[in-house]
Design a protein around this ligand. Structure first.
Ligand SMILES: Cc1ncc(COP(=O)(O)O)c(C=O)c1O
Length: 396
C-alpha cells in the first residue's frame, strides 16, 4: 500500500492536531527486519526508544527471540515490573539510595531487575541498600567499548572499565558480597550502533566514519571476549553478555561471546537511522502538526512542531518533514516552539487545517511530547495507546 500524503491525511481526517502515530504495518516490517538482522541472537528491547508500555508489550509478543527490556532508570524499571514485564536490565548506573531502594522492594516482591555498575563505588552503594532490605540484587558490569585513535576518542564517555586489570577488582568486590551477585556483562559500542555513515552531502565524513568503524570492530570483539573470559573465571554461569544497538545488530551478532543485542530505535525507525550504509528501517512513527496560516504562497506555517532531539546540537536533531514529500523546514527558523513554517511547492494542494507529517530525529523522545499514539493499520486507526507521559510518568 502506497504510504503517501493522501494515505495518512485520509486516515486522520477530522482528528485534532497535533498528534503522534505508529503505523503498525511498518512496525511489523521493522520487527521482521530486526529479527532477520539478529540472525537468531536474542534481542533485548530498549525501552528508552519506545516509551509506551503497550508498544513494548506488542513487540515482545511478536517474536520469541525478543526477550527482556533494557530500561533507562530504576523507577522506570519498577514501573515496568508493575505492568507485568520481567527481566529488566537498567542500562545505566543508579546512585540515589531511594532509587536503589525501589529496586530492592520490587526484588523482594519477585521482580528481576538488574542494576548497572562500573565501579566498586557503585557496588558498595547498592550493597548498603540491599543489606537494609535483606535482598540480594543482580548486577551487570558495564565495560567501555570506545576505541582511541591518535587525537580521537571514537565512542562515548561512560564506563571507565576497559582492561582485565581494571575489571578484576570490581568482580572480586561483587563476589565477596552476600548482598549482590553478578548477573551479566554489557558493552555498548555506541560508535558503531549510534553513528550514521551515509549522510547526504558529507562524503568525506561518511568515508572517515566507515573506516573508523571497520578499524574498531576487531578491537571491540577482542576486548569483549577477553573480559567475558575473565568474568567466567569467577561466575561461569553468568546469565547474559549484552552488546550493540540498532546500528550494530549485524556486527554485534557476529561476536560469539555476545548472547543478546539491545534494540530500540529500529522499531519506530526515526530519521537519524536513515543515515546508515548497511540497513534501512521503515518510518513507522511520526507526528502531525496543523497548518494554521500561509504567509507566502509556498510557506505553510503550522502550530507547534519544535520537538528537537537530544545529543550534540545540529540540524540532524531537528524533526524531519516527511509528507507531503518535498516539504522542508526553513533554516532560519527550524522547528519552532509554537510556530513551524514549512516550505512546500509540490503538487499536493494544502489548506488551512491540513496536517504536515514529520518524523522525530530519535525514537522514544517523540513520546515525551504526546500522551497517546494513534495506531494505524491498513488505512484506518485501529487503536489508541498511551505513552509514558499519558500514563502520568516522566522518567528522563
Ligand atoms: C546502553 C545502550 N544499549 C543499547 C542502545 C541502543 O538503543 P537503540 O537501538 O535505540 O539505538 C543504547 C542507546 O543509546 C544504549 O545506551
Amino acid at each position: 500500500m502506497l504510504r503517501d500524503y493522501q494515505y495518512y491525511r485520509e486516515i486522520f481526517r477530522g482528528r485534532p492536531l497535533p498528534f503522534a502515530y505508529v503505523d503498525l504495518d511498518l512496525l511489523e516490517e521493522n520487527i521482521r527486519l530486526t529479527r532477520e538482522r539478529a540472525g537468531g541472537t536474542r534481542v533485548r528491547i530498549a525501552s528508552k526508544s519506545l516509551r509506551s508500555v503497550a508498544i513494548i508489550k506488542r513487540i515482545l509478543a511478536a517474536e520469541p527471540t525478543f526477550q527482556g527490556i533494557m530500561a533507562f532508570t530504576a523507577r522506570e524499571a519498577v514501573y515496568l515490573a508493575r505492568q507485568g514485564l520481567d527481566d529488566l536490565l537498567i542500562g545505566y548506573p543508579t546512585w540515589h539510595a531511594e532509587d536503589i531502594a525501589a529496586v530492592a522492594r520490587a526484588t523482594a516482591d519477585g521482580a528481576h531487575i538488574t542494576l548497572m555498575i562500573d565501579s566498586q563505588a557503585h557496588v558498595e552503594q547498592i550493597e548498603s541498600v540491599a543489606r537494609r532490605y535483606g535482598v540480594r540484587l543482580p548486577l551487570c558490569l558495564d565495560i567501555d567499548m570506545a576505541v582511541d585513535f591518535p587525537g580521537l576518542h571514537f565512542g562515548v564517555w561512560r564506563s571507565p572499565l576497559r582492561t582485565a586489570e581494571q575489571v578484576r577488582p570490581v568482580i572480586e568486590r561483587i563476589m565477596s558480597s552476600p548482598h549482590v551477585w553478578l548477573d551479566g556483562l554489557m558493552g555498548y559500542e555506541a560508535q558503531i550502533a549510534g553513528v550514521g555513515d551515509r549522510y547526504p552531502g558529507q562524503a568525506l565524513k561518511n568515508a572517515l566514519v566507515t573506516w573508523l568503524k571497520r578499524r574498531s570492530l576487531g578491537e571491540i570483539a577482542a576486548r569483549r571476549a577477553a573480559l567475558v573470559a575473565l568474568i567466567k573465571e569467577y561466575a561461569p554461569q553468568v546469565r547474559f553478555v549484552n552488546g550493540g544497538g540498532t546500528g550494530s545488530v549485524h556486527t554485534t551478532r557476529l561476536e560469539t561471546s555476545v548472547t543478546e543485542i539491545t534494540v530500540g530505535s529500529a522499531f519506530y525507525g526515526p530519521a537519524l537511522f536513515d543515515h546508515y550504509r548497511d540497513f534501512r528501517y521503515q518510518p513507522a512513527a511520526g507526528f502531525a502538526i496543523e497548518i494554521v496560516r500561509r504567509p507566502h504562497p509556498q510557506i505553510y506555517t503550522c502550530l507547534g512542531g519544535g520537538y528537537v532531539a537530544s545529543g550534540a546540537a545540529g540540524p540532524d536533531k531537528l524533526p524531519q518533514p516527511y509528507l507531503p514529500q518535498g516539504a522542508q523546514l526553513i533554516t532560519t527558523e527550524g522547528a519552532g516552539e509554537v510556530q513551524t513554517p514549512i516550505r512546500y511547492s509540490g503538487p499536493v494542494a494544502l489548506s488551512l487545517g491540513d496536517p504536515i507529517f514529520l518524523r522525530h530525529a530519535k525514537a522514544g523522545e517523540l513520546c515525551e511530547r504526546f500522551t497517546h499514539l494513534l495506531l494505524v493499520s491498513k488505512g484506518t486507526i485501529v487503536d489508541e495507546v498511551t505513552t509514558y507521559r499519558g500514563d502520568g510518568q516522566c522518567f528522563l
